[in-house]
Design a binder for this molecule. Structure first.
Ligand code: PEP
Ligand code: MG
Length: 648
């Protein structure tokens, strides 16, 4: 037996990705290898056991191998454990950007359909694509002794076909960043000896295969959920995905996936996670209708960014929605028609044709840098969530970026992005739009959008909870790498930093102090950094009331009308039942915006608007008259906003 102890240097320990690679390496040797840490041991060839061992960076681990190639195995695995970036893999390139379909004015629908929340303008009609994850209908039955081998075989075949479909998914050329690593981790879990053993034990105890898989998956997922480390706790999700996939194969069922959607379809769903949508070919989506969500849900923001007509919060019975073959919708009025008759269908097609004409007419405004009739120049910038949207924004005529939501950089992955990666992303963004400014918002995330690596406890009111700058100030380990990355990207010269959820001037001062620390750290590390303007979102009523005081501490304001409206009106932006109250044009919200604009004017700083209302033709004159000099919006709305400005 060969034995060797090492201090683990793998960054963040053996969480999913490094564990998967460690197991792969171990399996390339014939010897049995055990790894021991913190008084417990596990086979180095079982990813599940390895992850449950919870090996962290700086832990001492002992490798023990027995077999013909034991010395080589221990040596290779020890080297792995001592390599900080051992878990890194080649990431697939981000997907190519899709062309935007610019939205246009509301069509005349004539025959009234039912109504949901108008979430993204434009008319659509197309075949329904039902995106409802199937409910698993497991009917447990007792398997007799004589049937057990057949049941075990059934499971083995379902497992093989699941692994095969995972591998096929991995081979898809459109596979996005991090997804390959996620699929590897899923395959590893599916084929794990621990998981297989638990299922086979269940079958031997008389359970049918689907019940045995469900039981084994539940038990292993629960073991992960009980771990303290948030990276490892998130593995429970992998176990659940694999469990579901194998059970689906056993029951001969297939899950809906947006990847299978025929071009031009209208997606109907209960809800669509932003990540599901991100995985679809956006240019193929004709429209979206969801039972949940509202105008400022992230799916709505993404739909607007890509000019996809969408109605959310549509209160229809799911069975009726699923039965519909054709869906018509008007994303400006919120109307949805299930199976439109020929007259309604013709009217919808007429509206689509008119919208296309209006889009063509607006094309002339793409390159315009608009001024009002009395000569005031207004910047029309884009709201972006990823580098993949840069080209869409440039084609739409964006004069820079008024809001880069960095949360997508943190959400589309299984571990926090590092400082170098963030710096590269922000630098690429700044370069793409230079000399126009890019306003990058620091992480704005809360318990409603969990991120691997940040431990959010359950909150009854996540919108009033530990989110945005509140969370960042208490987690300098998360915040400072982002601030340092932003300082490094500022060398390009056009970066501005925007702080979300500010409610008190003390928060701005605390961020400034952290920025000073970050500068000193970058100097010590020999990294170049630049100067940037620092601004705050005006999105809490508190920020409005103390706007005078805050204006003295910052370089600019950016009004987040989505949150400002929900907080001023006390109407949840995601709740379709109170959508009627969630109106930015309400006098109370306009009064708040006027107050913030006055404070900016008196302090001599600039003010922009980056909430969804920035694109509204009915509100643009109000913003401009109150001194707003930048309007930032979904790229698809840019040409129309430019036209509006020239008419003021
Ligand atoms: C807003 O609140 O208006 C805003 C722009 O931010 P988000 O929609 O990302 O909360
Ligand atoms: Mg906001």
């Amino acid at each position: 037996m060969i034995e060797r102890s090492v201090v683990v240097r793998v960054h963040d320990g053996l969480h999913a990705r490094p564990a998967t690679q460690f197991v792969k390496l171990a399996k390339s040797f014939a010897s049995e290898v055990e790894i021991r840490c913190n008084g417990r041991g596990a086979s180095a060839k079982s990813a599940v056991k390895l992850m449950l061992l919870g090996v962290k960076e700086n832990d001492e681990a002992t490798l023990r191998a027995e077999g013909t190639d034991a010395a080589d195995a221990v040596s290779a695995l020890a080297t792995f454990l001592q390599t900080p970036d051992a878990g890194d893999i080649d990431l697939a390139a981000p997907a190519a950007p899709t062309a935007a379909k610019a939205p246009t004015a509301a069509p005349d629908m004539g025959h009234a359909g039912e109504r949901g929340v108008a979430a993204s303008e434009g008319t659509a009609i197309g075949p329904a694509f039902a995106f409802f994850p199937a409910a698993l209908d497991i009917r447990p039955r007792t398997v007799a002794l004589g049937e057990m081998e057949a049941e075990r075989l059934r499971y083995t075949q379902a497992l093989a076909s699941t692994v095969h479909s995972f591998r096929e998914a991995k081979a898809r050329p459109s596979l996005k960043r991090d997804d390959a690593a996620i699929i590897d981790a899923l395959v590893e879990v599916a084929e794990d000896a621990e998981f297989i053993g638990a299922v086979e034990t269940g079958i031997r105890a008389g359970r049918d295969a689907p019940s045995a898989v469900q039981e084994a998956g539940r038990t292993i997922a629960a073991s992960f959920e009980a771990l303290a480390d948030p990276y490892l706790r998130a593995r429970a999700e992998d176990i659940r995905s694999v469990t579901r996939a194998i059970i689906l194969a056993l029951l001969d069922m297939v899950d809906a996936t947006l990847a299978d959607m025929p071009k031009g379809s209208v997606i109907i769903a209960d809800e669509i996670a932003a990540l599901d949508l991100a995985k679809a070919t956006l240019a193929d989506i004709g429209g979206i209708v969801c039972r949940k969500g509202a105008a400022t849900s992230h799916v709505a923001i993404m739909a607007r960014a890509h000019g996809i007509p969408a109605v959310l919060g549509f209160p229809a019975d799911p069975a009726r929605m699923k039965a519909a073959r054709t869906i018509g919708l008007d994303g400006a009025s919120g109307e949805v028609v299930l199976d439109p008759d020929s007259e309604t269908a013709a009217r919808l097609r007429g509206a689509i044709a008119r919208e296309a004409e209006q889009r063509t007419a607006l094309d002339a405004y793409r390159a315009v840098e608009p001024t009002t009739r009395d000569g005031r120049r207004i910047e029309i910038a884009a709201n972006l969530g990823s580098l993949a949207e840069i080209e869409t924004a440039r084609q739409a005529g964006a004069m820079g970026v008024g809001l880069f939501r960095t949360e997508f950089l943190f959400m589309e992955r299984r571990a926090l992005p590092g400082e170098d990666e963030q710096s590269e992303t922000y630098t690429a963004l700044a370069k793409a739009f230079a000399p126009h400014p890019v306003v990058i918002r620091t992480l704005d995330i809360g318990g409603d959008k969990p991120v691997a690596g940040i431990d959010f406890e359950h909150e009854d009111n996540p919108f009033l909870g530990w989110r945005g700058v509140r969370m960042c100030l208490e987690r300098p380990d998360v915040f400072k790498p982002q601030l340092r990355a932003l300082l490094r990207a500022s060398v390009v010269g056009n970066v501005k930093i925007l702080l979300p959820m500010i409610a008190d001037v003390g928060e701005v001062r605390a961020v400034r102090a952290l920025i000073d620390e970050c500068r000193a750290e970058l100097d010590a590390a020999g990294h170049a950094h630049g100067a940037f303007e620092l601004g705050v979102m005006i999105e809490t009523p508190a920020a409005v009331f103390v706007a005078d005081e805050i204006a003295g501490e910052v370089d600019f304001f950016s009004v987040g009308t989505n949150d400002l409206t929900q907080y001023v009106m006390a109407a949840d932006r995601l709740n379709p039942r109170v959508a009627k109250l969630n109106r930015t044009e309400h006098p109370a919200v306009l009064a708040a915006i006027r107050m913030a604009a006055r404070a900016a004017r008196e302090a001599g700083i600039w003010i922009g608007v980056c909430g969804e209302a920035a694109a509204r033709p009915d509100l643009i004159p109000f913003f401009v008259e109150n001194g707003v000099s930048e309007l930032s919006m979904s790229p698809a709305s840019i040409p129309r906003a430019k036209k509006c400005v020239t008419e003021i």
